[in-house]
Design a protein around this ligand. Structure first.
Ligand code: ASP
Length: 440
């Protein structure tokens, strides 16, 4: 049976997004901001809550069953090594693309002196509170990220959406140990997590049905939030920061077209149109929620049902990617750091640019998968190259829009790597085949 185009989920989400955008602009210009905040924004929040509600149980259940169904743990360490290796390489490419673009275009010198002072004054308070958060993050020792990964109380980790890495650690540990105990003793627990995983997958399916509406509400409220009651300020911001935003977006697009398309073409049999067609729902949700954590249930659904990635690979590669692989964020942080230095008139030598690559690599790994987390970590990069952290005041005004775009790239990167790893493990099914078999 041929499904009409408008019944297809990604079209419906796209329509929701465009309508939300149009409504948001009309609301901001017609003074419906309070109505939107009271009656439309809450539905968007409920949509994000529903997604984050199932993220932890989904990761826990699918990872434990995924690992426990493996015949040997060597395969797990092979998949793990490969995944982390590819994640690091793609992030490095993203950083290099960002740095090249921002140095060539030099958007920082295009900001007029008077505008720079106004931006600094407007966003000063916000900038110092973020600098404070970053300082707290920095005052910790070099091995702190490792300590953070190992929870001392698993119930605390599963009740905290920001502690996804701890949940991944616990699930892997539990899954591996389940393999080590006699099968008949392990079976009840495996059965329990198996059925939990089925339940959560069904929940994702149900939530996806309301995704077009959720995306509409999110977009509408984001636009009215940004514009406030004075939409003319958006145009002013865009005129000063437009070039900077364009460099970030051009970098993100280049990374997708150059890095992801190349590795997909070289290392998988997937046609690019099929890949990008399949991942659209996850990209649209990432764009409207600005959170790779909230998008995780959708990405996992997309990977398994639309890309043909096995459950084993999906449940390992995607939760890990949502927490540590943020190419879009890294690229944005590199561009933003150099832009701020240019705008305040500081010259960055080669050593500083190399420092940016190293710190942005770590900062993007340490960035939480929630909205605006990237800008907090940016402060750490700025301090490492001796650029005043208050400089983030310059870019705060357009951060939300860029956050939406970089989150799309973060999620696309995770799905790209999941496809590559699945194919290399012989675990990518060709879904275009009427009788699906493993893609060769
Ligand atoms: N919002 C991004 C994400 O969730 C993180 C960031 O760059 O702020 O992937």
């Amino acid at each position: 049976m041929i499904v009409p185009w408008y019944r297809k989920l990604h079209w419906q989400i796209l329509i929701g997004l465009v309508l939300g955008l149009i409504y948001g602009i009309i609301a901001a210009t017609s003074g419906w901001v309070a109505f939107t905040t009271d009656w439309i924004a809450p539905w968007g929040k409920i949509f994000i809550n529903l997604l984050t509600l199932i993220a932890v149980p989904l990761v826990l259940a699918s990872l434990i069953t995924g690992v426990a169904s493996l015949a040997d743990t060597r395969r797990l360490s092979r998949i793990g090594g490969k995944t982390i290796g590819i994640y690091l390489c793609t992030t490095l490419f993203a950083l290099v693309i960002g740095l090249l673009l921002v140095n060539v275009v030099d958007p920082g010198s295009a900001v007029p002196e008077e505008m720079r002072e106004r931006l600094m004054a407007t966003y000063q308070d916000d900038a110092s509170s973020r600098a404070e958060q970053a300082r707290e993050a920095k005052e910790r020792g070099p091995l702190q990220p490792l300590i953070d990964m190992v929870p001392s109380n698993v119930f605390e980790s599963v009740s905290n959406n920001r502690a996804m890495l701890q949940v991944v650690f616990f699930a892997l540990f539990a899954g591996v140990c389940l393999l080590m105990i006699p099968r008949e003793k392990a079976q009840p627990l495996i059965g329990f997590f198996d059925s939990l995983s089925e339940l959560v997958i069904k929940m994702v399916e149900v939530i996806m049905r309301i995704a077009p509406f959720g995306v509409f509400c999110l977009l509408a409220s984001t636009i009215t939030d940004i514009a406030g009651d004075d939409p003319s300020q958006i145009l002013e911001l865009l005129s000063a920061l437009g070039l900077y935003g364009a460099v970030v977006i051009a970098g993100l697009v280049t990374h997708v077209v150059l890095t992801y398309a190349t590795i997909l073409t070289l290392f998988t049999p997937k046609r690019l149109v099929d890949f990008f067609g399949a991942v659209t729902p996850a990209q649209l949700v990432a764009f409207s929620t600005s959170s790779s954590g909230a998008t995780l249930p959708i990405s996992m659904d997309v990977a398994e049902r639309r890309l043909g990635v096995s459950e084993e690979v999906t449940s390992f590669v995607l939760p890990l990617g949502a927490t540590i692989n943020m190419d879009g964020t890294g690229l944005y942080q590199a561009v933003a750091a150099v832009f701020i230095a240019q705008a305040v008139g500081l010259d960055l030598d080669l050593a500083s640019q190399v420092t940016i690559v190293l710190t942005a690599m770590l900062a993007s790994i340490g960035t939480a998968a929630v909205p605006s987390a990237g800008i907090v970590m940016l402060v750490i990069i700025l301090e490492s190259i001796n650029v005043p952290a208050a400089g983030i005041a310059l870019i705060l005004g357009v951060d939300r829009i860029l956050d939406m775009c970089r989150t799309v790239v973060n999620v696309t990167g995770d799905l790209t790597v999941a496809t590559v790893v699945a194919h290399s493990e012989g675990q990518l099914t060709d879904l275009s085949d009427p009788e699906p078999k493993l893609a060769t």
